[in-house]
Design a protein around this ligand. Structure first.
Ligand SMILES: Nc1nc2c(c(=O)[nH]1)N[C@H]1C(S)=C(S)[C@@H](COP(=O)(O)O)O[C@H]1N2
Ligand SMILES: [Mo]
Length: 252
């Protein structure tokens, strides 16, 4: 009896967390707020960020889908940035990744932490138990090239719902095995095409493209699609991203 009650309470808290989490998405878009600012208020705020964010968020309902392509559109796909964290000069990173890679990532875990009711870790098999999504989309790198591939993965929204994001949550920070990190807001995080991808063109994700699991954010430019995922930390405030010199928000 006691157990059943506890479960029920937990479920209610969870549902409340999901609902209030979604409410905070609309808080980002409140019409009363005349100038929607991206969560980069600090001294790192760049004019470009503010203008792009305001214009893009005004145009999008938050759920507009990025264009999806046909199988025949799939192109060759260069690998850029880190192509194997096992080669990293930072020993702790290279050793950790090489060890996981040797065991075909059976020991890999993705941890979900921060402003969530149920923090936890997920193995690849855990992620694959969730309903999957497949999409053929165009990757646009800030350096000027683009490429089309088919991606398979679990919507990030499913994981965030399972984790029960708190009402104060605003930003989803993604940390990788090569010390790379990027963050997205809740609109992009709950976007149906934002997935934790473990498959590319019908195969397991290759090392060069972010094995075992990478983020795909189809509404944003390439560098938001973090490869080699290690940790997802939900925060109430913007956390300074890596010093890559790129604008925090570049919607496409
Ligand atoms: N962990 C990690 N993720 C990353 C990068 C990186 O260097 N490390 N590079 C980013 C950039 S700039 C691009 S264009 C894409 C490249 O993905 P690809 O190698 O699969 O083409 O990954 C993004 N995600
Ligand atoms: Mo890129």
């Amino acid at each position: 009896m006691g157990e059943i009650n506890m479960e029920k309470n937990e479920l209610i808290t969870r549902r409340a967390a999901i609902v209030t989490g979604l409410a905070s998405i609309s808080a980002l878009l409140l019409p009363g707020c005349s100038k929607p600012l991206p969560p980069t208020y600090e001294n790192i705020l760049r004019m470009g960020d503010a203008v792009t964010y305001a214009a893009h968020r005004a145009l999008l309902s938050g759920q507009a889908l990025a264009k999806e392509y046909e199988y025949r559109d799939i192109s060759s796909f260069p690998a850029t940035g880190t192509t194997n964290p096992g080669d990293s000069k930072i020993k702790s990173f290279s050793e950790a990744y090489s060890r996981l890679n040797k065991d075909t990532f059976s020991d890999w875990r993705l941890s979900i932490e921060g402003s969530v009711a149920n923090p936890g870790v997920y193995s690849l098999a855990d992620l694959q138990k969730f309903p999957s999504r497949q999409q053929i989309t165009k990757h646009q790198c800030e350096e000027g090239w683009s490429a089309i591939a088919e991606w398979t993965g679990v919507p990030l929204s499913s994981i965030l719902k399972a984790a029960g994001i708190k009402s104060s949550a605003r930003i989803v920070n993604c940390y990788a095995y090569d010390e790379y990190m990027e963050s997205i807001d809740l609109i992009d995080a709950f976007h149906p095409q934002t997935i934790l991808a473990y498959g590319m063109n019908g195969r397991n994700l290759a090392i060069a493209h972010g094995a075992p699991v990478r983020l795909r954010v189809e509404t944003q430019i390439g560098y938001k699609s973090v490869k080699y995922l290690q940790r997802i930390v939900v925060t109430d405030e913007f956390v300074k991203t890596g010093d890559n010199g790129w604008a925090w928000y570049v919607g496409i």
